[in-house]
Structure formats: structure tokens, C-alpha cells
Design a binder for this molecule. Structure first.
Ligand code: ADP
Length: 409
């Protein structure tokens, strides 16, 4: 409301502060006041609409904003505006510097980055600030603030966009590198496996030859077959780890009878345990429900854990395999040994590729990928795997699996 109207209103309030008599002059002032406020609102509203268009750059927005300013002033026909941001100028076509000017700093993140100027091109009757109204000082202040926050917003938007573009470029590069790594491993595995396959077939054929049965030659052929077979499994493991790392390792999940799987594992591992002079015992709750698993891959995980347990447990000791219901939705399997144990600070590293622990000063054999693959396979079956161990007191490797459907095997 203009000062003139406020004064008029004040003088028309009676002692009780109630009666206001609006004269014809008052209503004219009120109308003019309203028109001015509508012009201001229009200006602010149009700026907000501009901001909704995310395709505009900051400079495109500023070039449009400057034209929205003069219509909000009292004498639009003689009003010109200019925005200066970081030495770049955006101005109305009629802009020139005059004596009748209002100016406000534009501040971004606490730092002055430019200014907003509004000029009258001709002298106008005096008002609150030169020829400008008090409301026009407030408006230029609000507009400068709005411009500051538009610049802040656009700066943040553009740094977010450049971060996104950088991330996209890096992701593409990574995908390309991953793909070339997969291609290389595939080629490498093919190159290694082709001669191995014929080596395995030939050594097996030789070991079964009637003419050399029971001879040293047959034993040697057997050893060649065993070695080639081990090598072949390690190559397969390496291939699986590479596929697991790039997310192309696929499993065949189905409801699996865990009790049956564990008992057939016992038959498979008996010979292995005997070789190490170890006895394996199975403690399993016969009423365990079926779990969601890939039976072949789950057997591979358990075989790996049992193999490690037999490898590190001192001769004559027992390896215990235990399966229990952990919760309504999970079954827990434990492979416990009485081996050397693993220090606490090393336990969390066990599942990292290539990590090996030496026991008794001996340099560890293998590649340190067995447990990495176990973790990948268990995770792909929706479970978790971890180790608990105390140096000198043996280790327990635990894994959990999800119950497939209540009570069904
Ligand atoms: P690799 O693929 O070489 O057989 P793993 O990934 O299976 O290796 O195991 C990683 C390391 O963890 C090994 O170097 C071994 O020393 C240690 N480890 C695994 N299982 C046991 C265990 N049951 N007791 C003690 N150490 C173990």
C-alpha cells in the first residue's frame, strides 16, 4: 500500500479505531496500489515459470529475466534494466545509464558476483527514493535475491550434470575394460583347457591300459591325470571368479534338499578325509526344510570348505559338518576343524581375491581364490558366508541359505 494511502487511512480512523471512510480519492489510490502489486507479482511469477524450463542455460534465463523487469515498475515506458554477472551484461534494448537509477548487489554463496540496475530514462516526479517508490526498492531487493538463488541453483545443476557426464564416461570405460578382461580370460581359458583335455584323456587311457596295469607306468599315468584334473578345476575356478566379478556368473537356483545333499557330500569326501588321516562327521537336523540353492554350486562351496578343513587340520582330528535351522527363513551350515586357526585381523580378509594365510611359516600353496569364489557363489544363492576362528583352536566356516518354502523338501 502506498504511503499516501496509509496516511489517508490513519487520518480516517476514529478514536475507537473502527470507522474508516473511503473516499473517491482513496479508492483511486487503492486501485493504483493494486495494479502496482499485480505488476510485481506478474514479474516474479514469470521468473519462476522461466526456472521451470530446465533446458535454459543460466545466461538464457538472465537474458529473458531482464526484459521482465521494466513492466513491474511504475513507469514501464521509460524504464530500462541491466544485470551484470561475472562481467557479462544482460540488458533491455533501451538501456543506458542515467541519473535516475536504483541498484542492488547480486550475492551468490555469500560473495558478490554482480548487480541489478533499474533506470528511468527521463526525470519523474520525486517519490520515496528519488523518483522510485518504497515498494520498488523492496522489489529490486527481492529480484536480486531471486537472481542470486537462480545462479546458485544453476551452478549446482551444472556441476551435478558434469559429475553425471564424468561418471557415465568412467562407467563406459570400465565396462569396456571389463569386457576386454572377460574376452581375454575366455581366450586364456580356452588356450589352457584345450591341451589339458587331451592330456587328461590320454593319461586316463594309459592308466587303464591292460598291458601296463599295476606297473610304475600306470601309476605315473594316474598321477598325470590327477595333476591335470586339479589344474583343470583351478582354471575353472579362475574363470568363475572373473565371471563373478563382472556379474556374468549365473546359477541355477531351485528348492534343494539340504539333508540329502549333505549326506551325499559325506560319501564324496570320505576318501579325501582318509588321505589326510581325518574323520568327518555330520550333525544334521533331519527335519531341515529345503533351501533355495544351486545344488552343484553349493556342493562346490562345501567341498572347498571341507577340503581346506582337511588340509589344515592336524592328522587324526575330526572335521565336523553341522546344519541347523538358524531362523524361520534361514538354515545355517558350519564346517568346523581343529586346525591352526586364523588370527582375528586376517579373518575379514580371507574372502578377498588372492589373499592367503601362511601357517607355521610355510609359504601358502594355491592362488587364494577358493574362498573368494565360495563367497560369490553363496551370495548368488542369497546367503552369507563368514569365518570364526581362534588362533591355535581351529576354525569354523559358516554359511546361511534361505528356506525355499516352509516344510517342503
Ligand atoms: P586357495 O584358493 O589358495 O586354496 P582359499 O581362498 O581357499 O585359498 O583360502 C585362503 C587362505 O585362507 C589360505 O591361504 C589358507 O591359509 C586360509 N584358510 C582357509 N581355510 C582355512 C582353515 N580351515 N584353516 C586355516 N586356514 C585356512
Amino acid at each position: 500500500m502506498s504511503d499516501a494511502l496509509k496516511d489517508k487511512r490513519a487520518s480516517n480512523i476514529d478514536v475507537a479505531g473502527e470507522a474508516i471512510v473511503i473516499t473517491h480519492d482513496d479508492s483511486r489510490l487503492l486501485k493504483r496500489d493494486l495494479i502496482e502489486r499485480v505488476k510485481e507479482l506478474n514479474c516474479l511469477y514469470s521468473i519462476s515459470r522461466l526456472m521451470e524450463n530446465h533446458d535454459y542455460t543460466l545466461y538464457q534465463i538472465l537474458a529473458r529475466v531482464v526484459d521482465l523487469i521494466p513492466p513491474a515498475w511504475q513507469y514501464p515506458e521509460v524504464t530500462a534494466a541491466r544485470i551484470i554477472i561475472n562481467k557479462r551484461r544482460f540488458q533491455t534494448n533501451n538501456f543506458r545509464e542515467t541519473l535516475w537509477e536504483q541498484k542492488e548487489a547480486i550475492v551468490v554463496n555469500g560473495k558478490e558476483v554482480g548487480s541489478l540496475e533499474v533506470c528511468y530514462l527521463r526525470k519523474k516526479p520525486p517519490a520515496y527514493e528519488g523518483s522510485f517508490l518504497k515498494e520498488e526498492r523492496t522489489l529490486i531487493h527481492v529480484l536480486a535475491e531471486r537472481l542470486g538463488s537462480i545462479i546458485e541453483h544453476k551452478n549446482a545443476e551444472s556441476s551435478l550434470q558434469s559429475l553425471y557426464r564424468r561418471e557415465k564416461k568412467l562407467r563406459k570405460k570400465l565396462q569396456k575394460e571389463m569386457q576386454s578382461r572377460v574376452d581375454f580370460s575366455r581366450k586364456l581359458i580356452h588356450e589352457l583347457k584345450t591341451p589339458l583335455t587331451s592330456l587328461m584323456a590320454t593319461s586316463q587311457y594309459l592308466s587303464l591300459l591292460e598291458q601296463i596295469q599295476g606297473s610304475e607306468l600306470a601309476k605315473a599315468a594316474c598321477l598325470v591325470w590327477e595333476g591335470a584334473n586339479r589344474l583343470s578345476s583351478r582354471i575353472e575356478e579362475l574363470h568363475d571368479v572373473v565371471k563373478g566379478e563382472v556379474g556374468t556368473l549365473k546359477l541355477n537356483l531351485k528348492p534343494t534338499d539340504i539333508v540329502q545333499l549333505l549326506s551325499s557330500m559325506m560319501d564324496e569326501t570320505r576318501a579325501l578325509a582318509q588321505d589326510h588321516g581325518i574323520s568327518i562327521s555330520l550333525e544334521v537336523d533331519q527335519s531341515l526344510p529345503a533351501v533355495t540353492a544351486d545344488p552343484e554350486r553349493l556342493s562346490q562351496v562345501l567341498l572347498n570348505l571341507i577340503n581346506n578343513a582337511c588340509k589344515y587340520a592336524p592328522e587324526g582330528k575330526r572335521v565336523i559338518i553341522k546344519a541347523t535351522r538358524e531362523s524361520a527363513s534361514t538354515v545355517k551350515i558350519e564346517v568346523r576343524d581343529h586346525g591352526p586357526g586364523i588370527a582375528k585381523d586376517r579373518q575379514r580378509l580371507l574372502f578377498k581375491p588372492g589373499y592367503q594365510v601362511s601357517h607355521g611359516g610355510e609359504s601358502p600353496s594355491g592362488l587364494g581364490i577358493g574362498l573368494t569364489l565360495c563367497k560369490m557363489l553363496v551370495n548368488l544363492q542369497g546367503g552369507k558366508i563368514w569365518a570364526e576362528s581362534k588362533l591355535g583352536h581351529g576354525s569354523s566356516f559358516f554359511l546361511t541359505l534361505t528356506v525355499a518354502s516352509e516344510g517342503k523338501k
